[in-house]
Design a protein. Sequence first.
Length: 421
Amino acid sequence: MKQVLFSEYRTLYALNWGQPWVMRLRVRMRDLIDADTMRYAVDDTMKRYPYFCVELKKDDEYYLSENTRPVVISSSLHGVALNTAESNYHLISFSFSANWVIMDIAHAITDGSGAYAVIRTFLHYYMSKKYGVDLHGNETRLCGEEICIEEWEDPVVNRTDLPVPIKPNFSNAINVRRSAGLETDQRPTVFTVAIPEKEFMRFNIENDGSPATMVSLFLSRSIHRLYPTDEDSIRVVMTVNERKALNAPLAHQNLVSSAFLEYKKQIWNWPLARQATAYRGMVFAQSRDENVLNEVASQKQLNQLIQSKPTDEERTAVCEMSDKIGGLFVTAAVSYVGKGNFDAEEKYIRDFHLWTNGKGDGILIEISAVSGKFIIDFMQPFSNPLYLNSFLKELDDNDITYDLQDVMDLELPNVSLPWMI
Protein backbone atom coordinates (compact mmCIF):
# COMPACT_ATOMS: atom_id res chain seq x y z
CA MET A 1 0.00 0.00 0.00
CA LYS A 2 1.33 3.42 -0.97
CA GLN A 3 1.54 5.77 2.00
CA VAL A 4 1.24 9.43 1.08
CA LEU A 5 3.24 11.64 3.44
CA PHE A 6 1.70 14.28 5.67
CA SER A 7 2.38 14.06 9.40
CA GLU A 8 5.88 12.85 8.48
CA TYR A 9 6.85 16.16 6.85
CA ARG A 10 7.84 18.20 9.90
CA THR A 11 10.21 15.51 11.17
CA LEU A 12 11.62 14.36 7.83
CA TYR A 13 12.60 17.86 6.78
CA ALA A 14 13.96 18.65 10.24
CA LEU A 15 16.58 15.91 9.88
CA ASN A 16 20.19 17.01 10.05
CA TRP A 17 23.11 14.82 9.06
CA GLY A 18 24.97 14.06 12.26
CA GLN A 19 21.96 14.96 14.44
CA PRO A 20 19.22 12.68 13.15
CA TRP A 21 15.67 12.27 14.41
CA VAL A 22 16.00 8.58 15.20
CA MET A 23 14.75 6.61 18.20
CA ARG A 24 17.16 4.00 19.49
CA LEU A 25 15.65 1.41 21.83
CA ARG A 26 18.40 -0.38 23.74
CA VAL A 27 17.48 -3.58 25.59
CA ARG A 28 19.92 -5.54 27.71
CA MET A 29 18.82 -9.13 28.12
CA ARG A 30 19.61 -11.57 30.90
CA ASP A 31 21.44 -13.91 28.50
CA LEU A 32 23.64 -13.63 25.41
CA ILE A 33 21.78 -12.96 22.17
CA ASP A 34 21.29 -15.87 19.78
CA ALA A 35 21.68 -14.70 16.16
CA ASP A 36 19.33 -17.27 14.60
CA THR A 37 16.59 -16.55 17.12
CA MET A 38 17.08 -12.85 16.52
CA ARG A 39 16.54 -13.31 12.77
CA TYR A 40 13.39 -15.34 13.37
CA ALA A 41 12.01 -12.75 15.79
CA VAL A 42 12.71 -9.76 13.53
CA ASP A 43 11.14 -11.44 10.49
CA ASP A 44 7.97 -12.37 12.35
CA THR A 45 7.81 -8.95 14.00
CA MET A 46 7.96 -7.09 10.71
CA LYS A 47 5.13 -9.22 9.27
CA ARG A 48 2.95 -7.55 11.89
CA TYR A 49 4.04 -4.01 10.92
CA PRO A 50 3.82 -3.70 7.12
CA TYR A 51 3.48 0.09 7.41
CA PHE A 52 7.04 0.14 8.80
CA CYS A 53 8.40 -2.10 6.01
CA VAL A 54 8.74 0.84 3.66
CA GLU A 55 11.19 2.91 1.67
CA LEU A 56 11.01 6.54 0.66
CA LYS A 57 10.24 7.12 -3.03
CA LYS A 58 9.15 9.99 -5.24
CA ASP A 59 7.00 10.57 -8.31
CA ASP A 60 5.36 14.00 -8.26
CA GLU A 61 5.69 13.91 -4.48
CA TYR A 62 7.48 11.82 -1.87
CA TYR A 63 5.70 8.76 -0.51
CA LEU A 64 6.41 5.56 1.41
CA SER A 65 6.29 2.38 -0.64
CA GLU A 66 6.34 -1.29 0.35
CA ASN A 67 9.87 -2.57 0.93
CA THR A 68 10.08 -6.38 0.65
CA ARG A 69 13.81 -6.60 1.39
CA PRO A 70 14.70 -8.12 4.79
CA VAL A 71 15.03 -5.70 7.68
CA VAL A 72 18.74 -5.60 8.44
CA ILE A 73 20.28 -7.09 11.60
CA SER A 74 23.88 -6.06 12.21
CA SER A 75 26.23 -7.58 14.78
CA SER A 76 27.40 -4.24 16.12
CA LEU A 77 25.92 -1.74 18.55
CA HIS A 78 26.70 1.06 16.10
CA GLY A 79 23.84 0.00 13.81
CA VAL A 80 23.53 1.13 10.20
CA ALA A 81 22.47 4.35 8.48
CA LEU A 82 18.76 4.22 7.69
CA ASN A 83 17.34 4.66 4.19
CA THR A 84 20.62 3.51 2.66
CA ALA A 85 21.83 0.37 0.92
CA GLU A 86 23.29 -0.94 4.19
CA SER A 87 19.79 -0.84 5.77
CA ASN A 88 18.15 -2.25 2.60
CA TYR A 89 16.56 1.22 2.30
CA HIS A 90 14.42 0.60 5.38
CA LEU A 91 13.70 3.28 7.99
CA ILE A 92 14.10 0.67 10.73
CA SER A 93 16.92 -1.73 11.60
CA PHE A 94 18.09 -4.01 14.40
CA SER A 95 21.52 -4.81 15.82
CA PHE A 96 22.99 -6.83 18.68
CA SER A 97 26.15 -7.57 20.59
CA ALA A 98 26.69 -9.77 23.65
CA ASN A 99 23.41 -9.45 25.60
CA TRP A 100 22.31 -6.15 24.05
CA VAL A 101 19.61 -5.71 21.39
CA ILE A 102 19.10 -2.38 19.63
CA MET A 103 16.22 -1.26 17.45
CA ASP A 104 16.62 1.96 15.45
CA ILE A 105 13.62 3.61 13.81
CA ALA A 106 13.20 6.99 12.13
CA HIS A 107 11.17 9.35 14.30
CA ALA A 108 9.42 10.64 11.19
CA ILE A 109 7.36 7.45 10.86
CA THR A 110 6.39 6.91 14.49
CA ASP A 111 6.82 8.04 18.08
CA GLY A 112 7.64 6.34 21.37
CA SER A 113 4.25 4.64 21.59
CA GLY A 114 4.67 3.15 18.11
CA ALA A 115 8.26 2.08 18.79
CA TYR A 116 7.26 0.41 22.07
CA ALA A 117 4.63 -1.62 20.20
CA VAL A 118 7.27 -2.96 17.79
CA ILE A 119 9.83 -3.85 20.45
CA ARG A 120 7.09 -5.51 22.52
CA THR A 121 6.25 -7.77 19.57
CA PHE A 122 9.93 -8.51 18.96
CA LEU A 123 10.52 -9.47 22.59
CA HIS A 124 7.54 -11.81 22.48
CA TYR A 125 8.84 -13.69 19.44
CA TYR A 126 12.46 -13.71 20.58
CA MET A 127 11.76 -14.98 24.08
CA SER A 128 9.07 -17.44 23.06
CA LYS A 129 11.52 -19.03 20.64
CA LYS A 130 14.58 -18.90 22.91
CA TYR A 131 12.93 -20.06 26.12
CA GLY A 132 10.02 -22.10 24.76
CA VAL A 133 7.38 -20.22 26.75
CA ASP A 134 4.20 -18.37 25.74
CA LEU A 135 4.69 -14.74 26.75
CA HIS A 136 1.77 -13.21 24.87
CA GLY A 137 0.51 -10.21 26.86
CA ASN A 138 -2.67 -8.25 26.29
CA GLU A 139 -0.83 -5.31 24.69
CA THR A 140 1.35 -7.37 22.37
CA ARG A 141 0.49 -7.22 18.67
CA LEU A 142 1.22 -10.44 16.77
CA CYS A 143 1.35 -11.42 13.12
CA GLY A 144 -1.74 -13.20 11.88
CA GLU A 145 -4.01 -10.65 13.51
CA GLU A 146 -6.12 -8.42 11.30
CA ILE A 147 -4.39 -5.07 10.81
CA CYS A 148 -7.26 -2.61 10.74
CA ILE A 149 -7.30 0.53 8.63
CA GLU A 150 -7.05 2.67 11.78
CA GLU A 151 -3.45 1.49 12.20
CA TRP A 152 -2.58 2.65 8.68
CA GLU A 153 -4.45 5.92 8.26
CA ASP A 154 -3.07 9.30 9.27
CA PRO A 155 -5.69 10.65 11.72
CA VAL A 156 -4.71 14.27 11.10
CA VAL A 157 -4.53 14.80 7.36
CA ASN A 158 -8.29 14.64 6.67
CA ARG A 159 -9.53 16.25 9.89
CA THR A 160 -11.70 19.25 9.01
CA ASP A 161 -12.96 20.07 12.52
CA LEU A 162 -9.70 21.17 14.13
CA PRO A 163 -9.69 24.57 15.85
CA VAL A 164 -7.96 27.62 14.45
CA PRO A 165 -4.58 27.29 16.18
CA ILE A 166 -3.81 29.82 18.89
CA LYS A 167 -0.12 30.55 19.19
CA PRO A 168 1.18 30.76 22.79
CA ASN A 169 2.91 33.98 23.77
CA PHE A 170 6.10 32.85 25.49
CA SER A 171 9.04 34.78 26.88
CA ASN A 172 12.54 33.55 26.08
CA ALA A 173 13.75 30.53 28.03
CA ILE A 174 17.17 29.79 29.51
CA ASN A 175 19.51 28.22 26.96
CA VAL A 176 21.44 25.63 28.95
CA ARG A 177 24.42 25.51 26.60
CA ARG A 178 24.89 29.26 26.34
CA SER A 179 24.23 29.90 30.04
CA ALA A 180 26.98 27.44 31.00
CA GLY A 181 29.41 28.72 28.34
CA LEU A 182 29.53 25.32 26.61
CA GLU A 183 29.38 26.47 22.99
CA THR A 184 32.62 24.64 22.14
CA ASP A 185 31.59 21.39 23.86
CA GLN A 186 30.18 19.41 20.93
CA ARG A 187 30.14 15.91 22.39
CA PRO A 188 26.55 14.65 22.79
CA THR A 189 26.33 12.60 25.98
CA VAL A 190 23.79 10.44 27.79
CA PHE A 191 23.88 9.83 31.53
CA THR A 192 21.80 6.90 32.78
CA VAL A 193 20.27 7.06 36.25
CA ALA A 194 18.21 4.22 37.75
CA ILE A 195 15.67 4.73 40.57
CA PRO A 196 13.78 1.88 42.29
CA GLU A 197 10.23 1.94 40.93
CA LYS A 198 8.37 1.27 44.18
CA GLU A 199 10.35 3.87 46.10
CA PHE A 200 9.85 6.58 43.49
CA MET A 201 6.14 5.82 43.11
CA ARG A 202 5.73 6.06 46.89
CA PHE A 203 7.54 9.41 46.84
CA ASN A 204 5.24 10.64 44.07
CA ILE A 205 2.10 9.59 45.94
CA GLU A 206 3.31 11.35 49.09
CA ASN A 207 4.09 14.55 47.19
CA ASP A 208 1.18 14.70 44.71
CA GLY A 209 3.44 13.95 41.78
CA SER A 210 3.71 11.52 38.89
CA PRO A 211 6.94 10.15 37.37
CA ALA A 212 7.12 12.58 34.45
CA THR A 213 5.91 15.68 36.31
CA MET A 214 8.23 15.04 39.26
CA VAL A 215 11.25 14.53 36.99
CA SER A 216 10.26 17.74 35.15
CA LEU A 217 10.04 19.55 38.46
CA PHE A 218 13.39 18.23 39.68
CA LEU A 219 14.95 19.30 36.39
CA SER A 220 13.42 22.78 36.69
CA ARG A 221 14.62 23.14 40.28
CA SER A 222 18.10 21.90 39.35
CA ILE A 223 18.45 24.57 36.64
CA HIS A 224 17.09 27.25 38.96
CA ARG A 225 19.66 26.13 41.54
CA LEU A 226 22.37 27.07 39.04
CA TYR A 227 20.83 30.32 37.80
CA PRO A 228 18.66 31.72 40.63
CA THR A 229 18.70 35.30 39.30
CA ASP A 230 18.42 34.65 35.55
CA GLU A 231 15.64 36.73 33.96
CA ASP A 232 14.87 34.15 31.26
CA SER A 233 12.24 31.53 32.00
CA ILE A 234 12.86 27.93 32.96
CA ARG A 235 10.39 26.08 30.73
CA VAL A 236 10.33 22.29 30.45
CA VAL A 237 8.11 20.66 27.82
CA MET A 238 6.57 17.31 28.65
CA THR A 239 5.37 15.11 25.81
CA VAL A 240 1.64 14.39 25.45
CA ASN A 241 0.23 11.54 23.36
CA GLU A 242 -2.28 12.98 20.87
CA ARG A 243 -4.08 9.69 20.16
CA LYS A 244 -6.76 10.11 22.84
CA ALA A 245 -7.72 13.60 21.65
CA LEU A 246 -7.75 12.38 18.04
CA ASN A 247 -9.77 9.28 18.97
CA ALA A 248 -7.11 7.28 17.14
CA PRO A 249 -5.63 4.84 19.69
CA LEU A 250 -4.19 2.52 17.02
CA ALA A 251 -2.55 5.10 14.75
CA HIS A 252 1.16 4.47 14.11
CA GLN A 253 2.29 7.99 13.15
CA ASN A 254 4.39 10.42 15.19
CA LEU A 255 1.57 11.95 17.24
CA VAL A 256 3.11 13.92 20.06
CA SER A 257 2.20 17.31 21.53
CA SER A 258 3.74 19.23 24.42
CA ALA A 259 2.67 20.46 27.83
CA PHE A 260 4.70 23.54 28.78
CA LEU A 261 5.76 23.54 32.45
CA GLU A 262 7.14 26.91 33.51
CA TYR A 263 8.96 27.27 36.81
CA LYS A 264 7.48 30.64 37.64
CA LYS A 265 8.82 32.98 40.29
CA GLN A 266 5.59 32.68 42.27
CA ILE A 267 6.27 29.02 43.10
CA TRP A 268 10.03 29.18 43.80
CA ASN A 269 9.61 29.18 47.58
CA TRP A 270 6.69 26.75 47.76
CA PRO A 271 7.18 23.30 49.35
CA LEU A 272 7.96 20.55 46.86
CA ALA A 273 4.52 18.93 47.16
CA ARG A 274 2.78 22.22 46.38
CA GLN A 275 5.07 22.77 43.39
CA ALA A 276 4.29 19.23 42.18
CA THR A 277 0.56 19.97 42.47
CA ALA A 278 1.07 23.09 40.35
CA TYR A 279 2.97 21.11 37.70
CA ARG A 280 0.32 18.39 37.62
CA GLY A 281 -2.30 21.10 37.20
CA MET A 282 -0.43 22.52 34.20
CA VAL A 283 -0.21 19.06 32.63
CA PHE A 284 -3.89 18.32 33.31
CA ALA A 285 -5.02 21.59 31.73
CA GLN A 286 -2.82 21.24 28.66
CA SER A 287 -3.71 17.56 28.19
CA ARG A 288 -7.43 18.31 27.82
CA ASP A 289 -8.64 17.28 24.39
CA GLU A 290 -9.39 20.82 23.23
CA ASN A 291 -5.88 22.00 24.10
CA VAL A 292 -4.20 19.00 22.49
CA LEU A 293 -6.26 19.51 19.34
CA ASN A 294 -5.11 23.13 19.25
CA GLU A 295 -1.50 21.91 19.02
CA VAL A 296 -2.51 19.27 16.47
CA ALA A 297 -3.99 22.09 14.39
CA SER A 298 -0.76 24.05 14.70
CA GLN A 299 1.26 21.03 13.60
CA LYS A 300 -1.09 20.45 10.68
CA GLN A 301 -0.67 24.07 9.63
CA LEU A 302 3.12 23.65 9.68
CA ASN A 303 2.91 20.45 7.62
CA GLN A 304 0.70 22.21 5.07
CA LEU A 305 3.21 25.06 4.87
CA ILE A 306 6.07 22.60 4.28
CA GLN A 307 4.02 20.76 1.67
CA SER A 308 3.25 24.02 -0.15
CA LYS A 309 6.93 24.76 -0.81
CA PRO A 310 8.06 23.54 -4.24
CA THR A 311 11.66 22.59 -3.41
CA ASP A 312 13.36 20.48 -0.78
CA GLU A 313 15.61 23.40 0.10
CA GLU A 314 12.63 25.63 0.88
CA ARG A 315 10.94 22.89 2.90
CA THR A 316 14.09 22.33 4.93
CA ALA A 317 14.35 26.07 5.55
CA VAL A 318 10.80 26.15 6.95
CA CYS A 319 11.66 23.38 9.42
CA GLU A 320 14.95 24.98 10.40
CA MET A 321 13.21 28.29 11.09
CA SER A 322 10.43 26.59 13.06
CA ASP A 323 12.93 24.69 15.19
CA LYS A 324 15.05 27.81 15.73
CA ILE A 325 12.05 29.82 16.93
CA GLY A 326 10.78 26.95 19.09
CA GLY A 327 14.20 26.55 20.66
CA LEU A 328 14.07 30.11 22.01
CA PHE A 329 11.17 29.23 24.30
CA VAL A 330 12.22 25.80 25.63
CA THR A 331 14.88 24.95 28.21
CA ALA A 332 14.51 21.18 28.28
CA ALA A 333 12.12 18.32 27.52
CA VAL A 334 10.89 15.24 29.39
CA SER A 335 9.30 12.22 27.72
CA TYR A 336 7.67 9.20 29.34
CA VAL A 337 5.79 6.73 27.16
CA GLY A 338 4.53 4.91 30.24
CA LYS A 339 5.23 1.64 31.99
CA GLY A 340 6.78 -0.88 29.59
CA ASN A 341 4.12 -3.55 30.25
CA PHE A 342 6.32 -6.28 28.82
CA ASP A 343 4.48 -8.74 31.09
CA ALA A 344 6.32 -12.03 31.61
CA GLU A 345 9.17 -10.89 29.33
CA GLU A 346 10.45 -8.57 32.06
CA LYS A 347 12.16 -11.38 33.96
CA TYR A 348 14.50 -11.77 30.96
CA ILE A 349 15.24 -8.02 30.68
CA ARG A 350 17.97 -6.30 32.71
CA ASP A 351 17.83 -2.78 31.26
CA PHE A 352 15.73 -0.78 28.81
CA HIS A 353 16.54 2.61 27.28
CA LEU A 354 15.08 4.96 24.69
CA TRP A 355 17.56 7.39 23.16
CA THR A 356 16.85 10.16 20.69
CA ASN A 357 17.91 13.71 19.95
CA GLY A 358 16.52 16.72 21.72
CA LYS A 359 15.89 19.95 19.89
CA GLY A 360 18.71 22.44 19.54
CA ASP A 361 20.73 23.10 22.68
CA GLY A 362 18.24 21.69 25.16
CA ILE A 363 18.41 18.77 27.59
CA LEU A 364 16.15 15.78 26.92
CA ILE A 365 15.18 13.22 29.54
CA GLU A 366 13.60 9.94 28.45
CA ILE A 367 12.04 7.87 31.23
CA SER A 368 11.56 4.10 30.93
CA ALA A 369 9.86 1.88 33.51
CA VAL A 370 10.91 -1.75 33.16
CA SER A 371 11.93 -4.57 35.52
CA GLY A 372 11.16 -2.76 38.76
CA LYS A 373 13.04 0.47 38.11
CA PHE A 374 12.74 3.81 36.41
CA ILE A 375 15.56 4.36 33.93
CA ILE A 376 16.26 8.06 33.38
CA ASP A 377 18.33 8.69 30.27
CA PHE A 378 19.61 12.25 30.66
CA MET A 379 20.64 13.38 27.17
CA GLN A 380 22.39 16.59 26.22
CA PRO A 381 24.34 17.93 23.20
CA PHE A 382 27.49 18.44 25.28
CA SER A 383 29.53 16.35 27.73
CA ASN A 384 29.83 18.64 30.76
CA PRO A 385 27.96 17.08 33.75
CA LEU A 386 26.99 20.42 35.29
CA TYR A 387 23.24 19.92 34.90
CA LEU A 388 23.27 16.24 35.76
CA ASN A 389 25.10 16.96 39.03
CA SER A 390 22.55 19.60 39.95
CA PHE A 391 19.72 17.17 39.10
CA LEU A 392 21.28 14.45 41.27
CA LYS A 393 21.58 16.97 44.12
CA GLU A 394 17.77 17.33 43.94
CA LEU A 395 17.45 13.56 44.32
CA ASP A 396 19.89 13.59 47.24
CA ASP A 397 18.07 16.45 48.97
CA ASN A 398 14.81 14.49 48.76
CA ASP A 399 16.36 11.20 49.98
CA ILE A 400 15.67 9.40 46.70
CA THR A 401 17.86 6.37 46.12
CA TYR A 402 19.52 6.33 42.70
CA ASP A 403 22.31 4.63 40.80
CA LEU A 404 24.31 6.48 38.15
CA GLN A 405 24.68 3.48 35.88
CA ASP A 406 26.47 4.83 32.83
CA VAL A 407 27.99 7.80 31.02
CA MET A 408 28.16 7.28 27.26
CA ASP A 409 28.47 9.16 24.01
CA LEU A 410 25.00 9.69 22.57
CA GLU A 411 25.37 7.70 19.38
CA LEU A 412 22.49 7.49 16.90
CA PRO A 413 22.51 6.30 13.29
CA ASN A 414 22.08 8.76 10.47
CA VAL A 415 19.16 8.80 8.06
CA SER A 416 20.02 9.47 4.43
CA LEU A 417 17.37 11.45 2.58
CA PRO A 418 17.42 12.71 -1.04
CA TRP A 419 17.57 16.39 -0.12
CA MET A 420 20.54 15.83 2.20
CA ILE A 421 22.84 14.52 -0.54
